[in-house]
Design a protein around this ligand. Structure first.
Ligand code: FAD
Ligand code: UDP
Length: 368
């Protein structure tokens, strides 16, 4: 018998939920994490009482009651509702695209007026039957005014490519509604943990042995020998020594500043949608939890090319990468001693609720 039942590579949300369930079931788990903290990308730094979302703004939203109850049983969540603003050439507009946005754009007041205006804008692109790229998708969905002000510049800087070179599905994620409702998400439940995401991760990992600053690849043989089974939540291409090639990613750079003022921008998130402004978003962290403080902390988020040594944030799910990933997935399925989970091992963009759901589902499958 080996020293542990499970070696879990990665102390992000996926690894932490799995470890929590396995520990509750009496399994001996060891978690190894290459960073000097647990939590993966949901980790928060605490700056003078303000929880700073170190790897980008994180808002938990879900319609899955089981997942919502699960996370709330570990730490209470507040009722934060994401209602970001878009800044285009110095003018502010509400997001997601709703009656407030349409009123500011065109002066329309009723849903019927807004729908007529959008229908008129879309009509120009009615010859596009099957959108072949993101630009065509956006133009056929929203028309030129919205596309040019809010989508084209933001998307091109975010992805480092022209909108005509990007797949259409990226834009399908943005809600579009004809009510005066600035809630960015359509889900039933939404909030952030009171006291920050570290409380959630710490509750999940309570009683679990964790080694920080420990890269699995620095000594694979040693770690492979430690446990009967492994859960791997790192990059799947690296696990298989890049034998089918490297998967592409988009990275981010965060520039965080502490400011000696109480309220810098009056919102947690402001998107900068024109191409000329180099950052995509400015986050003012205290607004997630309405933290009282005479100072504030803001983060400028810059899209960045990915290379070794940087954090792989967004998978680039185009045809080439999907093909490569399919080959790795096949190898992974054939390897019975290792489970693969999380956004890096599954090369997917997964929200936190998807991540919790997937980790719970994996554990239930094993239990059976
Ligand atoms: P990760 O958090 O990446 O954890 C994987 C862990 O494994 C990391 O800690 C990593 O260091 C470690 N690791 C990797 N390789 C090794 C190795 N070789 N050895 C040891 N350790 C290793 N979701 C939402 O629901 N709402 C949001 O508002 C939201 N905002 C987001 C904003 C941004 C900018 C990004 C990038 C994502 C956002 N998400 C959001 C998604 C959310 O971050 C993910 O759902 C979640 O973090 C996925 O957890 P994970 O465990 O799969 O991955
Ligand atoms: N997007 C955009 N303008 C915006 C916000 C988003 O064009 O003001 C596009 C952009 O292509 C982005 C995608 O919508 O990559 C998804 O945005 P979302 O805010 O859901 O993604 P996040 O980056 O927070 O994961």
């Amino acid at each position: 018998m080996k020293q542990y039942d499970y070696l879990i590579v990665g102390a992000g949300l996926f690894g932490a939920v799995f470890a929590h369930e396995a520990r509750k079931a009496g399994k001996r788990c060891l978690v190894i994490e290459q960073r000097s903290h647990v939590g993966g990308n949901i980790y928060c730094d605490n700056v003078e009482g303000i929880n700073v979302h170190k790897y980008g703004a994180h808002i938990f939203h879900t319609s899955n009651k089981e997942v919502w109850d699960y996370v709330n049983s570990l730490v209470p969540f507040n009722r934060f509702t994401n209602s970001p603003m878009a800044c285009y050439k110095g003018e502010l507009y509400n997001l997601p695209f709703n009656m407030n946005t349409f009123n500011r754009l065109w002066g329309v007041k009723t849903p019927a007026e807004a729908q007529a205006k959008i229908a008129e804008q879309r009509a120009e692109y009615s010859s596009i039957a099957e959108p072949a790229n993101l630009e065509e998708q956006a133009l056929t969905l929203c028309g030129k005014d919205i596309y040019e002000r809010f989508i084209k510049g933001y998307t091109e800087k975010q992805w480092g490519r022209l909108a005509t070179e990007l797949p259409p599905f990226i834009i399908k994620r943005i809600p579009f509604r004809f009510t005066y409702d600035n809630n960015y998400f359509n889900d039933d439940f939404q909030g952030v943990p009171i006291g920050g995401y570290n409380k959630l991760i710490d509750a999940l990992l309570a009683g679990v042995e964790v080694l920080l600053d420990t890269d699995y690849f620095a000594d694979r043989d040693k770690w492979n020998g430690m446990a009967d089974k492994m859960l791997f939540t790192g990059c799947i291409d690296q696990y298989f020594d890049y034998r089918f090639g490297r998967l592409s990613y988009r990275s981010l750079r965060f520039d965080t500043k502490q400011l000696a003022e109480e309220n810098f921008q009056g919102a947690a998130v402001i998107n900068y949608t024109e191409r000329e402004v180099p950052y995509t978003r400015v986050i003012e962290h205290k607004h997630f939890e309405s933290t009282p403080s005479p100072i504030t902390v803001v983060t400028y988020e810059y899209p960045d090319d990915y290379e070794d040594g940087k954090v792989p944030y967004y998978p680039v799910n185009d045809a080439r990468n999907s093909e490569i990933y399919a080959k790795y997935k096949e190898l992974a399925a054939a390897d019975e001693s290792v489970l693969f989970g999380g956004r890096l091992a599954q090369y997917t963009y997964a929200d936190m609720d998807d991540t919790v759901e997937a980790a719970l589902a994996l554990w239930s499958k094993i239990k059976e």
